[in-house]
Design a protein around this ligand. Structure first.
Ligand code: MRU
Length: 345
């Protein structure tokens, strides 16, 4: 995959603008933390691990602009607050900010240049670790799905949603690399933001993995026709009991998979597991603008004044999840116990 989702280039964060894909490959350059926050808020960069990495780099950018040691505390608190307030559901954002804060706390009272350097190093480490975790979980997932030929995925959990390689799509990439004969990957279009149609179909086509794009309301048809061997999706936050918050529509896929006895796998790094969050009911669900529902690609499709609902994520109960594929292990039920053992171990 030659497209780079996020790059750090000497004090600049360069992001591929995911709102423009697949029609245009446009890169946005962020030179300060406010531009990074805006890019996260407006979905230039999206996907749980990717927004975590972008936020970490945003903190490093924020520190770079500070000129006087006495300004450090006020300036950095503003940086952390602004980035934390961008999107609520994906825990990777808050996990990455917590890691950056630990470095900040350790170095804030010392040399300012050292603080800046350490924050930059930590952000780059978070970025590299994400790619490494995805490669490892990808190969664990490839082992698990080795006999599945026809797979369905929802939203985009690919290289674009991470620092590289992808989680659910990382599993598919690893399957391909290991020589597995993938016959067909069904990709749900993922209304309203169309991450499936625009981003996943694009990534898989580039990888020469056979893609069949379907609209969201065709999931039941393809499962009922016996055309799906396994489902693999990403996650924005996994609660301590194994409940999974992921893109709106994931719960529908999971219920259908259960009804048709199709295994439903979640692929995510352990940075997506929030052991402090007891269950899915405790996960904040982002509500987005009504324009995303009333419009498609900038064209209004609904009558003026219609009432809308636009939750960006839903929660899938852990009872519907066959396994959670992380870089440390493939976690199976009972999740309460096994997630804690794997993530703390
Ligand atoms: O609103 P988005 O596009 O940021 O939502 C992304 C998802 O829901 C992905 O499936 C999830 O973050 C997994 S990414 C590896």
């Amino acid at each position: 995959m030659t497209v780079r989702t996020i790059q750090w280039r000497d004090g600049e964060v360069i992001l591929i603008d995911q709102r423009r894909l697949p029609r245009k490959e446009v890169y946005r350059v962020c030179r300060n933390f406010r531009q990074v926050a805006q890019a996260i808020r407006t979905m230039v960069v999206r996907g749980a691990p990717a927004i975590g990495v972008a936020a970490a780099m945003g903190v490093a950018l924020g520190a770079r602009r500070i000129r006087h040691p006495r300004r450090v505390e006020t300036a950095m608190e503003r940086v952390f607050r602004t980035l934390a307030d961008t999107r609520p559901t994906a825990v990777n954002l808050h996990w990455a900010l917590a890691r950056m804060r630990r470095i900040y706390e350790e170095y804030k009272d010392g040399d300012l240049e050292m603080l800046k350097r350490r924050l930059e190093e930590e952000a780059l480490e978070i970025c590299e670790e994400d790619v490494a975790a995805n490669r490892t979980l990808g190969s664990l997932g490839a082992g698990l799905l080795k006999d599945s030929r026809r797979i369905l995925t929802h939203c985009n959990a690919g290289a674009l949603a991470t620092a590289g390689y992808g989680t659910a799509l990382g599993v598919l990439r690893a399957m391909k690399e290991s020589g597995a004969a993938i016959e067909e990957v069904f990709v749900d279009e993922t209304r309203p933001f169309l991450q499936g149609a625009r981003l996943t179909a694009w990534e898989l086509a580039k990888e020469e993995i056979p893609v069949t794009l379907i609209t969201d309301n065709m999931m039941g048809y393809v499962m009922n026709s016996g055309r799906v061997d396994a489902v693999v999706v990403g996650a924005d936050r996994v609660a301590a009991n194994g409940d999974v918050a992921n893109k709106i529509g994931t719960y529908t896929v999971a219920v259908l998979a259960h009804r048709h006895e199709v295994p439903f796998y979640v692929a995510c790094p352990t940075s997506t597991v929030d052991l402090d969050c007891p269950s899915g009911a405790d996960i904040p669900i982002e509500q987005r603008s009504q324009d995303e529902v009333t419009h498609i690609a900038g064209t209004r499709i609904a009558p003026d004044g219609v009432n809308t609902l636009n939750p960006a994520f839903d929660v899938t109960d852990h009872s519907l999840v066959s396994a959670i594929i992380t870089e440390k292990a493939v976690v199976t039920p009972p999740y309460e116990q096994n997630l804690r053992a794997v993530c703390r171990g």
